[in-house]
Structure formats: C-alpha cells, structure tokens
Design a protein around this ligand. Structure first.
Ligand SMILES: *Cc1c(COP(=O)(O)O)cnc(C)c1O
Length: 497
C-alpha cells in the first residue's frame, strides 16, 4: 500500500515520501504526516529473529513506499555499520528493574545518530529520484546533539552542505567541543547569542522565506532540514521501538502480545512521537510516558490542555531537552483535531502570535495514550545516583529525567508492566553533571579528567567520539546574534560578501 505525505496545515495536496524528505517542511509552514499509518504486518516471531538492519527495512519500507527495495536496503546498510560500536546497534541493558534501550552507540554517542546516520543517504537517494540539480543545503538548529550528529552524517557527502546553529551558552563543554572540531569541507558551525528556541525559530523562518528560496535557487542551492521535523528522521526512529520489543521477546523477557510501557526523555517531541507511531502500527505499547526536565511545558500541556510557552527558559543539566516549543507536537495535535489542517493551523498560529493555545476537551480525551511528568534538577541527580548505587549503571542526565519520571509514574499508578526507557545519550557526553551527581569528590577535575574518572567508575570504555576530541583543533569559531542568521547563511554560500 502506498503511503503519501500531507501537511498538518495544508489543503489536499500530497507528496511522495522522497519529496517530503527533500522538502523537510511543507511550504505552508506545516509538517508532513503520513496519510495513513501502515500496520506492522510482520509476525513478531519473525521480527524477534531479525537483525537491526532487517528490522529497519521492515519498518521503513512500510512508510517510504516510493523507495525501491534496493535503494532502501542500500541506505540502511550504509547507515547502520561499523560507525556503531556494537552489532546490535541499539542494545537493551536491564538495571533497577527496567530495560534501558541504549540509543547512543553511534558516531556522536547520542540517540540522534539513530536517524541522522541514515538521513543523508535517504536525502541523496531522494534527490536522485526527483532529478534535483541544486546543491542541498541542510540548515539545522541544535540544542546540542542534533548538530553534531547531522554533521557527522553529512560531512563530505557530495551534493550537500550543512550549516548548524547552536546556542553558544546552552550546550555542554563536550557537546561544544564535538561541534567546533567538526571536519569536512561542506560543514559550517555557528554559535548564536540566544537560546535554542531563538535558533529554531530563525531557521524555520528561513525555510518559509520565499524570497530567500529564490535567491538560493539562482545560486544553485536549495534548503532542506535535518531537524526532527523531517519525516526522514521520524521514520528511522520508529525502528528501535519495534526492535526493542522484539529483543524482549527473543530474550524471553515478555510474552508475545504483552504490553510494555515506553518512557522517553522529551524535548522536541520527535522521539516519543516515533514511539506513538510504533504503537499506531500495532506494537503492544500501553503508556507513552513523556518525561520533561524543568522546562515542563509538555507536562503542563498534558495536565491542563493548554500549551503555554510564555515562561522562563531554564538551562538544565539535560540541555537537549531545554525546549519550550516542541515542534513535533504539531503532528499529534493534527491527529487530535481529526486531521483538520485548518484547525491545526489556527492553533499553531495562536502559539506563534500569542504564545499559547488550548485544545478542546474532546481532543484532550484522546491523549490517554500519554502520561506526562517532569524531574527537577535535584530529582535528576537523584535518579543518576540511585541507578548507579542500585545497579552499578551510569546514565546520562537526559536518561535520568526519564528514569526519575518513571519512578513517579510507578508510585502514582502501580502499573508494573515491563518498561523500556529510551536512553538517549552516553554519560560520557555529560561527565560534569553525571560525576557530580554520584559523588562530590570529582569537583576539582577538568573535562577530560572527568572522562577518565568515569571510565574507572563505570568500567565502560571511553567511546571513540570522546577520545577523538581530546586533542582536536577548533575549526569553527563564528558567533552571531539570531537576527543575523540569514545574512550568515548567505555569506557562507557566497551569495553576499
Ligand atoms: C534530542 C535529545 C532528546 C530529546 O528528543 P526529542 O526527539 O527532541 O524529544 C533527549 N535526549 C537527548 C540526549 C537528545 O539528544
């Protein structure tokens, strides 16, 4: 069955999967959504025997229906290879009675690698299929992890350039070092003086700027997006939920058909939306537990039905979740409206103009698949230390937010279904927060002193991604104000001096 894509804010027109991937964002400012969610029509006993790559093909081929089998298999094998430090790609680790789904075994040791190692291949394949002659310029706003993972994916990919904007004072030292040392002739990294939302808003504006698009076109370029608004990122993220379930079956931890709970540390709502799509495909998931940090806009939304971004932006120890405008929530809102693009557009307009919107009671009733809660900074530290002292397992602050919220869920509901926690980053990426949460004896150490101490403490070898940046030279040092981002892009592309 063919799956097409339509805009959450648009009329009737639909595009193919490959066009949706190329465009990133729809011209009307909406996000592309599948016209229908395909069923997971492969027997679980077969899935339980499959490798990650085979599972990826089964899931992704159901959504990206205009890719040939050969094209898709090629993309998958180029993506999920030795860049990952385990053949399992996304292994499960059981600790403190839950299953941590480790999504950080790729090139940049955060879960963004799961999708961004395949997106460049999907995109260049899509460009070929659609006879695109322009060079593709990937424009990305990052809260820390997307930028590096996108650059790692796109570096030196012919026919592409990638420009990354990150909040200069809103990422961890290791995250920043990873970005500013990025090699590759086609990679550009720019710090901005504002926060992530400023960067994301300015990027979205550039995507919607027709005049700018025309200027680019004349110079032989066109924009696309590596942010999680791109359907080419969302679809690969569905895979690991199916794979995790199948792994639990294979290992005899659950019985076929048994429901599990899935806990996701959430920022832009991309990862948890992928879990929701997995559930819609038929994966036996009971609750989708949405974990926020102190930027608890989603928790408040699930509780009250009002999404209100008018609040202080808090810098936390889980910077990749420091977000007040969760872009992918729009895809859920669209479903809640009964796929009414006009209604959805009105709500999004209210958010951008007035900073808030409220959904109807009828829409709110459909949110029963979700449970939302949040962790304070103290609770996050507590979750890191409880997991370490309870199971000798070191988790990063993002994963800790999820672990902490899961404990709250357990206390409130006593629902003891098996739980999978999406473990979104390696603790090596956030050594300061992690080590401080475990003990105060590490206070005096510098960034790499902490890295060495973490290796001793956890017994987990220092990942290559961290070893590499220990001595790497800084190659990018531009910092601009958010309003100057378009001019910066034009300068990089040689459109203006
Ligand atoms: C991006 C990111 C998140 C948030 O994921 P969303 O899809 O934006 O909700 C959580 N943890 C880490 C480590 C991340 O990099």
């Amino acid at each position: 069955m063919q799956v097409l894509y339509k805009s959450t804010r648009g009329k009737e027109e639909t595009v193919t999967a490959s066009m949706a991937i190329l465009k990133g964002l729809s011209e009307d400012g909406g996000l592309f959504v599948p016209t229908s969610i395909p069923r997971l029509d492969v027997p679980m006993e077969r899935l339980a025997q499959m490798s990650y790559q085979e599972t990826a093909y089964e899931v992704m081929s159901r959504f990206l229906t205009d890719f040939t089998e050969e094209e898709l298999k090629q993309c998958i094998s180029n993506a999920y290879d030795e860049k990952f430090d385990t053949e399992l790609i996304a292994p499960l680790h059981e600790a403190n009675g839950v299953h941590f789904l480790e999504l950080f075994h790729g090139a940049t040791i955060a879960f963004k690698d799961m999708a961004l190692s395949i997106l460049p291949h999907l995109m260049t394949t899509a460009a070929k299929k659609n006879h695109v002659e322009n060079e593709i310029v990937i424009l990305t706003a990052t809260s820390g992890d997307t930028g590096k993972a996108a650059m790692a994916g796109f570096a030196d990919v012919p026919g592409t350039k990638i420009i990354v904007f990150y909040p200069k004072h809103g990422v961890s030292p290791i995250q920043e070092k990873q970005m500013v040392t990025q090699k590759g002739k086609n990679t550009y990294v720019v710090g901005i003086t504002g926060n992530f939302d400023d960067a994301q808003t300015a990027v979205k504006k550039m995507f919607n700027d027709r005049g700018l698009a025309e200027e680019l076109n004349q110079a032989g370029y066109q924009f696309s997006s590596a942010n999680s608004i791109n359907i080419g990122r969302l679809v690969p993220q569905i895979v690991y939920y199916v794979y995790a379930y199948a792994t639990l079956i294979r290992e005899g931890k659950i019985k076929e058909g048994e429901e599990i709970n899935v806990v996701v540390p959430t920022g832009n709502f991309g990862n948890i939306l992928a879990a929701f799509y997995a559930k819609q495909m038929g994966l036996p998931v009971h609750k989708l537990i949405c974990a926020s940090n102190e930027n608890r806009v989603l928790y408040d939304f699930f509780r009250t039905g009002t999404y209100d971004r008018k609040r202080e932006f808090i810098l936390t120890s889980s910077p990749s979740m420091d977000i007040l405008i969760s872009s992918n929530l729009e895809r859920l809102i669209y479903r809640l409206t009964g796929e009414d693009s006009q209604k959805c557009a009105e709500l999004m307009e209210a958010l951008s103009k007035g900073g808030e919107y409220t959904i109807t009671d009828e829409m709110k009733e459909q949110l029963s698949d979700f449970y939302g809660n949040y962790c304070s900074e103290g609770e996050t530290r507590e979750a890191i230390s409880a997991t370490y002292y309870g199971s000798n397992y070191v988790i990063d602050p993002h994963t800790a937010v999820a672990a902490g919220v899961y404990q709250k869920y357990l206390r409130e509901t006593e629902d003891t279904r098996p739980a999978v926690i999406a473990s979104t980053a390696s603790p090596y990426k956030f050594t300061r927060s992690v080590m401080d949460a475990i003990s105060d004896r590490y206070e005096g150490l510098d960034d790499f002193g902490l890295v060495d101490a973490l290796e001793k403490l956890s017994g987990v070898k220092i990942p290559k991604a961290v070893e590499e940046i220990r001595t790497a030279p800084v190659l990018h040092d531009t910092v601009v104000d958010a309003p100057d981002m378009p001019a910066t892009v034009k300068k990089i592309l040689g459109i203006i001096k």
